[in-house]
Write a protein that binds this ligand. Structure first.
Ligand code: DAH
Length: 341
C-alpha cells in the first residue's frame, strides 16, 4: 500500500512538471483527487486491510492528499502568474515608437470659393436652395423662355438623356423650381454642377459649376441688381476692384448684362491671366423676363426681379491664379494640398 502511494505521488509530481495549460491541470486533478479519482480509490480499498494497519495507511493517504492539494494549488498559481505576465507583455506600450499621424483634409478650392460666395449672399438675406442635375427640357429651357429652335438646345451643347430628360446646362432651372414653390419676396442662390458637350481644354470642361441667383419682389430695379452684384464683386476680389456692366442677351432676362471685374493680376493693364483684356467676365445677369414670371404664376405687372448666374470655376481660377481649369477636376493631391491650409 505504501508503495502504491509512493508511486502515485511520483507519477503525479512528474505529470505536474510537464503541464502547460489550465484545462490539462484540472483534468489531472479530477483524475487523481476527484470522487472517482485514483487517490479516492485507494482510500476505498482500505477496507480490505487488516484493522491495525488502517489508521497508519489512512494517515499516509491523508498526508498525500494534503501534499498533492498544495502542489496543485501552487501549479495553478504559477500558471495564472505566467498568463498575467504574457498579457502584460502584449499590452506594453512602446513609448519610443513613432506616432501614427492622421492626415487632415482640406476643402477643394471650388468648395472654399463657393463657401465665401454663400457667406456673402447669406449675409445679404439670401437662402441657399438645391436643384436636380437631371432636369427636364421644360425647366432647363422652355420655362426659361428658350424657344425650341434656340441653338442652346443643339445636341452639340446639351447632353440629352431622353427626349424629355437632360443634364442641366445651367442652374437657371432652379429659378423656375423656386418660383413655382415660393411666393415673393424671393431671395435665393442655387449652386451646382452643370453639363455641356464641350471639348476639354484649359478653359472648358463638360462639367462645370454655376451659382444661380434670383431676387423677386415689388419694385426691384436694375439699381438693385447693380448694387448687389457690385457689392458681391468687391467682397470677393477686394474693394479696389472695378466692376463693369456690359449689355448682353439671355432669353430669360430683359435687359441682360454681363459683369466683368478688373483683372486682379495686372489691375486692368492687360496680362496673360486676362488675355490682354484687363477685364475678366464673372457672371451673366439681367432683369427677369416677364414671360418667366408669368409661367411661374407671378404677375409681372406687380412684381419684378433680377437674376444672375456666376461661373464658379472661372471665379476660382482667377481668384487663385490657376492657369488651367482641368487642374480643378484632376484631383492631384499635390495641387489640392496648396489650398488646404
Ligand atoms: N444661365 C446663364 C448661362 O449659363 C447664366 C445666366 C445669365 C444666369 C443671366 C442668369 C441670368 O440667371 O440672369 O450662361
Amino acid at each position: 500500500m505504501k508503495e502504491k502511494l509512493e508511486q502515485l505521488r511520483a507519477e503525479v509530481l512528474e505529470r505536474l512538471e510537464g503541464i502547460k495549460d489550465k484545462k490539462e491541470l484540472d483534468e489531472l486533478k479530477i483524475k487523481i483527487m476527484g470522487k472517482k479519482g485514483q487517490l479516492t480509490e485507494i482510500l476505498r480499498g482500505m477496507g480490505s486491510l487488516p484493522a491495525e494497519e488502517r489508521p497508519k495507511v489512512g494517515q499516509l493517504v491523508n498526508q498525500l492528499r494534503q501534499e498533492l492539494e498544495e502542489r496543485f494549488e501552487k501549479a495553478e498559481a504559477v500558471m495564472e502568474e505566467n498568463l498575467k505576465k504574457a498579457r502584460f507583455a502584449l499590452e506594453t506600450v512602446d513609448v519610443t515608437m513613432p506616432g501614427k499621424k492622421k492626415r487632415v483634409g482640406g476643402l477643394h478650392p471650388l468648395n472654399s470659393v463657393l463657401e465665401s460666395i454663400i457667406d456673402i449672399f447669406v449675409s445679404m438675406g439670401f437662402d441657399v436652395v438645391d436643384g436636380p442635375e437631371v432636369e427636364t427640357d421644360y425647366y432647363n429651357f422652355e420655362a426659361l423662355n428658350v424657344p425650341s429652335d434656340h441653338p442652346a438646345r443643339d445636341t452639340q451643347d446639351t447632353f440629352y438623356l431622353t427626349e424629355k430628360f437632360l443634364l442641366r446646362t445651367q442652374t437657371s432651372a432652379a429659378q423656375i423650381r423656386t418660383m413655382e414653390k415660393r411666393k415673393p419676396p424671393i431671395r435665393i442662390i442655387s449652386p451646382g454642377r452643370v453639363y455641356r458637350a464641350d471639348e476639354v481644354d484649359a478653359t472648358h470642361s463638360p462639367v462645370f459649376h454655376q451659382v444661380e441667383g434670383l431676387v423677386v419682389d415689388k419694385g426691384i430695379t436694375m439699381c438693385d441688381l447693380k448694387g448687389v452684384l457690385e457689392q458681391f464683386a468687391h467682397e470677393i476680389y477686394g474693394p479696389e476692384t472695378k466692376v463693369r456692366f456690359r449689355p448682353s442677351f439671355f432669353p430669360f432676362t430683359e435687359p441682360s448684362v454681363e459683369v466683368d471685374v478688373t483683372c486682379g493680376e495686372c489691375g486692368g493693364k492687360g496680362c496673360r491671366v486676362c488675355k490682354g483684356a484687363g477685364w475678366i467676365e464673372i457672371l451673366g445677369a439681367g432683369m427677369v423676363h416677364p414671360n418667366v414670371l408669368s409661367v411661374c404664376g407671378i404677375d409681372p405687372e406687380i412684381y419684378t426681379g433680377f437674376a444672375f448666374g456666376i461661373g464658379l470655376d472661372r471665379l476660382t481660377t482667377t481668384r487663385h491664379k490657376i492657369s488651367d481649369i482641368r487642374l480643378l477636376f484632376e484631383n492631384d493631391l499635390r495641387f489640392l494640398e496648396q489650398f488646404s491650409r
